[in-house]
Design a protein around this ligand. Structure first.
Ligand code: NOJ
Length: 541
């Protein structure tokens, strides 16, 4: 075991969790798609990076219409990724490196290829098989109108009509039918799925759209209320963040508590003031703090988020769970290169693209890494973030695979630009990702950012992350205390319980570095000054 293992049942409280999107991480068999063989081969790299745990995006059997968030068999691995034995070997080998493995749980919907949904289609209207999903007759004289006005997160209406006339609900793509969580068989099945993976030694679960499981019993129309996913709606919404979700979570927590030190983290895209409900002691251990994903590079905004999230989590006995990027958003090295207030997801298609300042994005991404890794709580690092990868924002539309592109009627490009295969080497058909071209093309600039290129470069972003994770363990994980320091409107600064400090210059001009021993900096420090868009870690001695 490596010496950085976080031990104890509370290991998750300040864990650094590395997110692997299996399709794009490493291709072991040369078919252009990442797989578990590739993941196993790269475990030494992750151990050297110094992470505590890995979250694996869905690797289950799936038609991959939504990158695996359309699960056809929750107890099996998709053959493009490997086998259940490969998955077991991955969990075991990661454990050998002192790294825990968290898997994705997708409880809101199955794939339309799941045996339950196929049985429901075959059994027809009124059958018990249909009760596990939300099948309804339509409105209108001939049932030709959908049962409610609900729309899908990806675009279009949330109801699809079957040839026999009934409609079924899908909050995402039409190949992702929503499960009916009022049905006892659905509840029992997921408790069994939890046990299946817990028995295989996984450390826990990242739970997909944790805020969508419960639906209004009469499928009430949304009307004027906002339908979009995200923390915009009010209480009592017909399908987002309903109170009936919480008994379901408690039943899962009871299962996890039968084991020793397992955890679950919610992808609950809810209003910050509602998030603590998910973090009560008998519910989730963590819930992602997504506010950084939409924050501008602004000291006041970041400061407000930090205060809000740390206080809210602390009040319910949890800790914040920081995220700068993931497989659903524009990579932050690109976001931070855009003018404040830009809707980065829309910018991918609409531009104006000449406004991108990639250098600024790169500098800010490095500073943001030090900022996040100095905060109390846990941090999730999305694959490639440690290489400083920018978004592949100019992917040609004919290679796009994300259902968002088609479901939105080609109005949104979707999320493929952050899912491009990782560059491991400077050369080769997919820059060391595998022996063949990858399933998405890599931007030209990725060669210079390859892991092998950065490995021996002291000034590289990879080495910044490696140093940060090592120093973080010693200086920033002793407790969960934080005090904000006022160094002016453009500076975000805080001190941790043991005196270690982080200072981020979010303004346009250099500032004097406060007194202290420099532990690490995101940019070269000249003449005792911290440049714009840079962060420094300080200790008292
Ligand atoms: C959230 C996941 O992160 C995203 O990738 C997926 O498309 C939706 N949930 C639907 O499962």
């Amino acid at each position: 075991m490596s010496d950085h293992t976080t031990t104890g049942t509370d290991w998750w409280r300040n864990a650094v969790v590395y997110q692997i999107y299996p399709r794009s991480f490493a291709d072991g068999n040369g078919d252009g798609t990442g797989d578990i063989a590739g993941m196993r081969a790269r475990l030494p790299y992750l151990a050297e990076l110094g992470i505590d745990a890995i979250w694996v995006n869905p690797w289950y059997r799936s038609p991959l219409n939504d990158g695996g968030y359309d699960v056809a068999d929750y107890r099996n691995i998709d053959e493009r990724f490997g086998s259940i034995d490969d998955a077991q070997a991955f969990v075991d080998e990661a454990g050998g490196h002192g790294i825990r493995v968290i898997v994705d749980l997708v409880p809101n919907h199955t794939s339309s290829e799941h045996a339950w949904f196929q049985a429901a289609l075959a059994a027809g209207p009124g059958s018990p098989e249909r009760e596990r999903y939300h099948f309804l007759p339509g409105r209108g004289d001939d049932g030709e109108l959908p049962p409610s006005d609900w729309t899908s997160v990806f675009g279009g209406r949330a109801w699809e009509r079957c040839p026999d006339g009934e409609w079924y609900l899908h909050l995402f793509d039409s190949t992702q039918p929503d499960l009916n969580w009022e049905h006892p068989e659905v509840r029992a099945e997921f408790e069994s799925i939890l046990r299946f993976w817990l028995d295989r030694g996984v450390a826990g679960f990242r739970v997909d759209v944790a805020h969508a499981l419960a639906k209004h019993p009469d499928y009430e129309d949304v009307g004027d209320r906002d339908q979009r996913d995200g923390p915009r709606w009010t209480e009592g919404h017909p399908f987002w963040d309903r109170d009936e979700i919480h008994p379901i979570i408690r039943s899962w927590r009871r299962v996890l508590d039968e084991y020793d030190d397992r955890m679950m983290v919610a992808e609950a895209w809810v209003r910050a003031d509602r998030r603590p409900l998910y973090l009560r002691p008998d519910e989730y251990h963590q819930a992602f703090d997504f506010e950084f994903l939409s924050a501008d590079w602004d000291a006041e905004q970041f400061g407000g988020i930090i205060e809000q999230s740390t206080t809210a989590a602390r009040d319910v006995g949890s800790n914040p769970t920081w995220v700068l990027s993931n497989h659903d958003v524009v990579r932050h090295a690109t976001r931070y290169g855009l003018p404040g207030g830009t809707d980065s997801a829309a910018w991918l298609l609409d531009g104006p693209h000449h406004l991108l300042d990639a250098e600024q994005g790169h500098r800010r991404a490095r500073a943001a890494a030090l900022l996040t890794l100095a905060l109390p709580g846990s941090a999730y690092v999305y694959q490639g973030e440690e290489l400083g990868l920018p978004e592949a924002w100019d992917l040609s539309t004919d290679v796009l695979d994300d259902p968002v592109w088609t479901d939105s009627g080609h109005r949104r490009k979707g999320r493929d630009g952050c899912r491009v295969p990782i560059p491991w080497e400077a050369t080769g058909p997919s820059l060391g990702f595998g022996d063949a071209e990858g399933w998405l093309p890599q931007p030209v600039g990725y060669a210079a950012l390859a892991a092998a290129v950065q490995h021996d470069d002291d000034g590289s972003t990879l080495n910044l992350y490696r140093s940060a994770l090592r120093i973080r363990r010693e200086h920033f994980t002793a407790d969960f205390d934080i005090t904000m320091i006022d160094l002016g409107a453009d500076v975000l600064a805080f001190e941790r319980g043991n005196g270690a400090r982080c200072v981020v210059n979010m303004g346009a001009v250099p500032i004097a570095i406060p007194e202290g021993v420099v532990l690490l900096a995101s940019a070269p420090l000249d003449d005792g000054e911290l440049p714009a868009d840079a962060a420094v870690w300080l200790a008292d001695h």
